[in-house]
Ligand binder design. Structure first.
Ligand code: 6PG
Length: 236
């Protein structure tokens, strides 16, 4: 596992933009699963501002690690957030965007997405393989849309499952641990002081870390990208 700590979200995003630019120059096609929530907005802003003309966007195919079961024009849609902060600003061919159909009944959306990633991704070790999976982490240690009260979803034999937000009850389609851990690169983007305790518990394997889905990510393939606030308790 690698950990990189940055002064702020902007510095983290610039590092990631450079890395993505280099990777896209080395590969004709990259399959990337994006995370949702608010953290990716800073990265998308930076990519839109500084990398619009230096990344060949036709080489990148965009999927999601999870999506809320809402229509694509709903304010809580991860697809809508990504469109507003990235796709509306850089020339990604629409054919390269593979969204979860959140407007469908959750289990229908899940089955559709399962078939889509099974069809669209190359296989390694018998399972679909993303080049990059971006992950966020919630204050409760969830990642993608696998929450501590539904930890069993991580070990599902399926490629994706329907998760439930513990507070709102909102249904979400999420990749399972089987797919996340089969990626070539796994990048946690975690910022803000609210995440510091959970980050420290997971990185130092302390406290209740085993109850946090984020701790189940394959550390051999994972780089934690943190801003200073999220890393305040990280030693060394
Ligand atoms: C989602 C995400 C989720 C998110 C974390 C962190 O759909 O909400 O994929 O796993 O990454 O909840 O969210 P913030 O970036 O908003 O803190």
């Amino acid at each position: 596992m690698q950990t990189k700590i940055f002064e702020d979200k902007e510095a983290l995003s610039h590092y990631l933009g450079d890395w993505l630019m280099q990777l896209s120059q080395q590969h004709e096609s990259l399959n990337i699963a994006l995370s949702g929530g608010s953290t990716p907005k800073a990265l998308f802003d930076e990519l839109s501002k500084a990398y619009k003309d230096v990344i060949d966007w036709s080489r990148i195919r965009f999927f999601w690690g999870d999506e809320r079961c809402v229509p694509p024009n709903h304010p809580e849609s991860n697809y809508l957030m990504t469109r507003q902060y990235l796709f509306d600003h850089v020339p990604v061919p629409p054919i390269n965007i593979f969204r979860v159909k959140g407007e469908l009944e959750p289990h229908v959306a899940c089955a559709h997405y399962n078939d889509l990633i099974d069809r669209e991704l190359p296989k390694t070790d018998g399972g679909p393989c993303f080049d990059i999976v971006f992950l966020g982490m919630g204050d409760d240690g969830h990642t993608a849309s696998i929450f501590p009260h539904e930890m069993s979803l991580w070990d599902s034999k399926e490629l994706c499952e329907v998760g439930t937000h513990p507070v709102s009850g909102q249904k979400r389609v999420t990749l399972t641990g089987k797919v996340i851990n089969n990626a070539r690169h796994i990048l946690f983007l975690v910022t803000g002081s609210k995440k510091a305790t959970k980050v420290s518990e997971i990185l130092h394997q302390q406290g209740d870390y085993k109850n946090y889905p984020a701790s189940r990510v394959d550390s051999s393939k994972t780089t934690w990208l943190l801003d200073k606030d999220a890393a305040t308790l990280v030693i060394g």
